[in-house]
Ligand binder design. Structure first.
Ligand SMILES: [Zn+2]
Length: 222
């Protein structure tokens, strides 16, 4: 039997158009897993990819170890990249999440990096996928630790860049339901992920020219 999450990802990637909906529809039809169930947590690894033995997992601050072959499976934070896109009026583009986790809550455009993908390239790609616009990055705002959704066992390592739109008209797609420009004074009071608070605080500092490019939160949170 093909693992559910492997099947889901394969379906998303194999489809030539609207791959998200096709993959989701097929999986729903056969009752394997709902889209929200997949998106709300990182898939937990229960068995050793090396030998199929059971893994001893002592939580997110440890590395799972195989009972049978003794292999250690390194649990590193999952990297993501996003962009704080500003317009000529100094407003920030904030999006509403279309899916779990945190469906309907405000967020910044971005997402998980592909294998081997540099964070700058991933940030630009995610913006294109979610908003159908091209962006130019102007600098790194910071790097922020978090956990994904309600997952209690997976950390994320989140790169955030500053940037502006160079081409295209904003069209919400993929993980984004809608997108709006917010002035500094009117940004949403609450946002989806815990690290969004630090990102927004650093963005406000950057507007005043006080950020040094690396968030202090990465040093102080652990
Ligand atoms: Zn093993």
């Amino acid at each position: 039997m093909i693992p559910i999450n492997t099947l889901y990802v394969a379906l998303r990637r194999a489809s030539k158009f609207d791959n998200f909906c096709i993959g989701t529809a097929i999986i729903w039809k056969y009752g394997y897993i709902s889209q929200s169930t997949y998106n709300n947590r990182m898939p937990k690894m229960n068995f050793c990819p090396n030998c199929g033995g059971a893994l001893v997992d002592l939580g997110r601050d440890s590395h799972p170890v195989c009972e049978r072959c003794g292999t250690t499976h390194w649990r590193n934070s999952k990297p993501t990249a996003g962009v704080l896109i500003e317009n000529q009026h100094g407003e920030l583009l904030i999006v509403k999440r279309a899916f779990e986790p945190f469906k309907g809550e405000w967020d910044l455009p971005g997402g998980f990096l592909e294998p081997g993908e540099p964070p700058e390239a991933g940030a630009i790609r995610e913006v294109k996928e979610e908003l159908n616009v091209d962006v130019q990055l102007t600098g790194l705002l910071g790097v922020y630790m978090d956990v994904y959704g309600d997952s209690s066992y997976e950390y994320t390592l989140n790169f955030y860049y500053l940037g502006f739109i160079t081409a295209g008209t904003i069209q919400a797609a993929d993980d984004v339901g809608e997108a709006h420009w917010f002035s500094l004074e009117n940004v949403p009071a609450t946002m989806a992920f815990a690290h969004d608070r630090d990102v927004m605080a650093d963005w406000k500092k950057s507007r005043a020219g006080r950020v040094d490019g690396v968030s202090s939160s990465i040093l102080s949170d652990k």
